[in-house]
Design a protein around this ligand. Structure first.
Ligand SMILES: Nc1ncnc2c1ncn2[C@@H]1O[C@H](COP(=O)(O)OP(=O)(O)OP(=O)(O)O)[C@@H](O)[C@H]1O
Length: 568
């Protein structure tokens, strides 16, 4: 966007202006000559066919040339002076510049012309009468006046309709309409890989998805999963393919692309990363932190760690949950062990909330992320909005910490991402790949910039709607709405004033017999007030669930709600 209007040098344009002025002067000179000739002709007719003498012609020619020169030289002056000055001159008034050089010259010219004409008249005295002389004088006076008037009138005409070139005002603003800035999305955001949202109609049998380890297929079946949801069928192979070299850099030293997934709640995003990560780590020899999942709340972290526990069961992989539900010292014990040879990791996969994770990075001795291969950011939108303690920078810094500083082995080197060179290909390197998951991934490139993604690939879900064309044929049309409800969830709203809200809730619970209701409020104080009110009203088993309560009490409440012991 142009912030400044720069007045640029326009020498060539000035040259063009001069040329235009010369052209105008030439036309003017031509016109004056024609007028002079016409006058002479008229005079000859009046004088009875007597032709003009050579002196007369010379005088006329000289006068015309002088007027033309005056017109050329004074053109700019006259344009500046404006029509007001010219009018005054015509009316015989002395203008503000009446005693200027130009005017004095004009008067001198006129008196010279008069002297010349009187000399000529003296010579012609023999042939012409006194009356004829008078007439001629008056004619000449008229002629002078008209010549004087012709010049400004010609100029006035040009002022009224000036040629386009004379309008160019140097340094002036162009009055072009300012074009609106069009939002511009990076290619990966503008052209994502589209994934079907309608789960039931697009189930893919788990054996039809290539590359899944038979051990995991067995586990999936044991957990009642026979088919993958569309997101899983697209994302699992993509992650597996990017990790085809295990946890080392791809062939030729290429870093794997980061992966972003935007799909609604309940579309099966958790298994989309759990399955490929477990599969890549199945063959690991040494226990090191190789996958880190970060979520915004303890409850979400707990859910994800449960899924990991199911699929790592019997594999030897260790999953550790660090969310602050246990004491800091207890969590430290779960993460690292001090041996005679140094610290060793007790976790392959860590599921964490950002605050507690940052605390462990800075305060737990021997806690190393130098072998981290996958960083999964679940509920990415919330995580971006709340970059608590700048946790991402801390994780990346810890991941690229020098090996000997962290006290771990020097078998695999890790250098900051950069160009692929012969030197960078000498050592087997572990890349850090980011996987982002969100129900509504932001399209704001400025926000995504904070995540420092590497050549990201976006998978986003769409609805395919059947549309009937004008010729009667049916076609699938993808509609990509930003906010879509998960299948099977119905949304209604009741407009009411603030005071009636608790009453409406009681009406739904007691009259409409709603059961297993989760009611969200905008603060923990509001949730506490509502809880006390409903409890005081009676007839409903109600429980409070907010950060006011200790983790074990919240866990108990969640369990009772799942069992149907709590209505609201
Ligand atoms: N392939 C599948 N077949 C049957 N059930 C599945 C399958 N994948 C996931 N589920 C179940 O669907 C439910 C929702 O899955 P999941 O929690 O992974 O969704 P999500 O997209 O991560 O939702 P959220 O955005 O709320 O985290 C879970 O109960 C899960 O067990």
């Amino acid at each position: 966007m142009a912030l400044f209007a720069v007045s640029r040098y326009a020498g060539e344009e000035e040259d063009a202006d001069d040329e235009a002025q010369e052209e105008r002067a030439r036309v003017l000179l031509e016109r004056l000559r024609e007028q002079a000739k016409a006058r002479q002709l008229r005079r000859q007719q009046e004088l009875g066919g007597a032709g003009p003498g050579p002196e007369d012609e010379a005088a006329e020619g000289k006068k015309s040339a002088e007027s033309a020169a005056e017109g050329r030289g004074g053109l700019r002056k006259e344009r500046e002076g404006g029509s007001a000055v010219l009018k005054r001159r015509r009316d015989g008034e002395p203008g503000p510049g009446a005693d200027s050089e130009g005017d004095t010259e004009q008067r001198e010219d006129r008196s010279n012309l008069k002297k010349k004409s009187s000399k000529k008249k003296k010579r012609d005295e023999g042939t012409e009468g006194a009356e004829a002389r008078k007439k001629e004088n008056s004619e000449r006076a008229e002629g002078n006046q008209s010549t004087e008037e012709e010049l400004p009138s010609a100029d006035l005409g040009e002022e009224a309709h000036p040629p386009a070139s004379s309008l160019a005002v140097l340094g002036d603003y162009d009055k072009k309409p300012v074009q609106k800035v069009q939002p511009f999305l990076p290619h990966w955001l503008a052209q994502p890989k589209l994934v079907q949202k309608r789960i039931k109609e697009n189930l893919i049998p788990i054996r039809d998805v290539p590359g899944i380890h038979p051990r995991l297929l067995k586990k999936l079946q044991m957990n009642g999963i026979e088919s993958f949801f569309p997101v899983q069928a697209e994302v699992i192979p993509a992650v597996l393919q990017s990790a085809s070299n295990g946890y080392l850099l791809g062939q030729g030293g290429y870093r794997p692309k980061d992966i972003c997934v935007s799909a609604p709640t309940g579309s099966g995003k958790t298994l989309s990363f759990v399955i490929p990560i477990v599969q890549v780590l199945l063959d690991r020899v040494v226990c090191q932190v190789r996958a880190l999942v970060v979520l915004p709340t303890k409850e979400l972290a707990q859910q994800v760690s449960k899924v990991f526990n199911i699929y790592t069961d019997g594999t030897g992989l260790k999953v550790v949950l660090i969310t602050g539900q246990k004491s800091f010292a207890k969590e430290q014990e779960m993460l690292v062990q001090k041996k005679v040879t140094g610290y060793c990791s007790l976790a392959d996969i860590i599921v964490a909330t950002p605050g507690r994770l940052a605390d462990h990075i800075s305060k737990t001795p021997g806690f190393s992320l130098t072998q981290l291969r996958f960083l999964i950011i679940d509920e990415a939108d919330r995580m971006i909005d709340d970059m608590h303690q700048n946790w991402l920078n801390q994780v990346v810094k810890a991941a690229f910490q020098a090996e000997n500083e962290a006290g771990s082995s020097t078998l695999f080197q890790r250098t900051k991402p950069g160009p692929v060179t012969a030197a960078s290909c000498c050592y087997p390197q572990i890349p850090l790949q980011k996987l982002l998951f969100s129900a509504t991934l932001t399209q704001d490139p400025e926000k995504l910039q904070q995540l420092g993604l590497f050549q990201p690939r976006l998978f986003t879900s769409v609805y395919s709607e059947k549309k009937t064309l004008t010729d009667g044929t049916e076609t699938d049309q993808d509609s990509e709405e930003k906010y879509t409800l998960p299948e099977g969830l119905l949304q209604s709203y009741v407009p009411c004033d603030l005071n009636s809200k608790p009453l409406l809730l009681l009406h739904f619970m007691l009259t409409k017999k709603f059961t297993r209701v989760l009611c969200f409020t905008n603060s923990r104080e509001a949730s506490h007030r509502l809880f006390l009110l409903v409890q005081a009203f009676g007839g409903i088993t109600v429980a409070e669930f907010s950060s006011r309560l200790p983790p074990n009490e919240r866990q108990r409440t969640m369990k009772e709600f799942e069992q149907g012991k709590i209505q609201l």
